[in-house]
Design a protein around this ligand. Structure first.
Ligand code: SF4
Length: 352
């Protein structure tokens, strides 16, 4: 539903229905990119609540929110005690990837996931440029990948690709985590399941498409509805892959590991920590466990000393690829750490 000048469709009646079902204290969470619209959103909600004669205290969660892995309901419950957290812009985090220590329903918080459906679309013409770039890369059979904001465009994009003589493939989703063609920065299971020559990523930025390259090592062209242009990200992907392989190579002889354990609700992965601990021991090495909610260069530098030869990050696997690629010691994703610890350099494992 339209609200003020917000260039996203957000299902306000669904939020109001959830509030009507008994919520008195509500927290709205959203990615940083949507926060600029949060004041308008509050106004629209207030209007709808008044129309239905409902009363609720609604507040915006200001802190960074990186995804559905980052609901922070534990902290919220310990203080504000909301009845309802409305998490806008992300679908639920795949439960198999994380082991939250406390389930939200156990502490009485309801979580409502509400998509933010992007209205950005500059017209169909720019697909021609994407088709040309894909053909230049030798891609005929093309998988489509996107994030939750753009999944409503997938069928239309597939039809346009067909009109340009390409063979589109839309990976099937699985509820409630993924719609067709949907990816997360740490989960590319859908595109990896399809047999294609390369991918068209629909969306902005480079975070997801570069992750798509690392997960598939196939050409990736981005169709950016915000900028209205197409871009071949394959060269950038290849460069990133080379850097990652160099980092894995640097860690091959490492014996003393720091294993970083995620503290965010969707980034605590004891199964993964256990696997890495086992591999370090099998290699005759040693590890120290480091718990972190928000890993930053400062916090890493603060604990780092000459004992550590390499780090494995089990919280968000994009921290090593995006934030610590230039750290003076190898900081690896879980998959890369497995490669370094087993000495198997093929296939490249990303992210797990
Ligand atoms: S990529 Fe990182 S921030 Fe994004 S959903 Fe995965 S764990 Fe969370």
């Amino acid at each position: 539903m339209a609200c003020g000048d917000i260039p996203y469709n957000i299902d306000l009646p669904r939020i109001i229905d959830a509030i009507e079902a008994g919520a008195r204290r509500v927290v709205l969470q959203m990615p940083d990119g949507l926060k600029q619209y949060s004041s308008q959103l509050l106004d629209c909600l207030e209007e709808h609540l008044a129309r239905r004669g409902l009363e609720a205290e609604v507040m915006v969660h200001m802190d960074h929110n990186y995804g559905a892995c980052d609901l922070q309901y534990g902290q919220l419950w310990a203080t504000i005690r909301p009845d309802l957290i409305v998490h806008i812009g992300h679908s639920p985090y795949p439960s198999g990837l994380a082991s939250p220590s406390v389930e939200p329903r156990e502490i009485g918080v309801r979580i409502l996931y509400v998509p933010a459906v992007s209205l950005h679309w500059p017209g169909d013409e720019f697909i021609g440029e994407a088709a040309r770039l894909l053909r230049e890369r030798g891609v005929a059979r093309v998988g489509i990948a996107t994030t939750s904001q753009h999944i409503h465009r997938v069928r239309h994009v597939a039809k346009l690709l067909e009109e340009h003589g390409l063979e589109p493939v839309v990976p099937r989703g699985f509820a409630p985590y993924f719609s067709d063609a949907q990816v997360l920065g740490c989960d590319y299971r859908l595109p990896r399941r399809v047999s294609v020559d390369g991918f068209l990523y629909v969306g902005g930025g480079v975070f997801h498409p570069l992750g798509l390259y690392l997960a598939t090592l196939k050409p990736v062209v981005k169709l950016d509805p915000y900028e209205g242009r197409a871009e071949d990200l394959t060269p950038q992907g290849k460069r990133l892959y080379k850097v990652r392989m160099y980092k894995v190579g640097e860690a091959l002889e490492a014996r003393r590991w720091g294993i970083i354990v995620g503290v965010k609700t969707g980034q605590y992965r004891p199964w993964l920590v256990g696997r890495l601990k086992r591999l370090v021991r099998e290699k005759g090495g040693k590890y120290k466990l480091l718990a972190s909610e928000n890993l930053s260069r400062e916090t890493l530098v603060a604990v780092d000393d000459s004992w550590y030869e390499a780090f494995a990050v089990t919280s968000c696997p994009r921290l090593p690829t995006d934030d610590y690629w230039d750290y003076h010691k190898p900081v690896l994703t879980p998959g890369e750490a497995v490669m370094a610890l087993t000495g198997k350099l093929e296939p490249y494992l990303f992210p797990w």
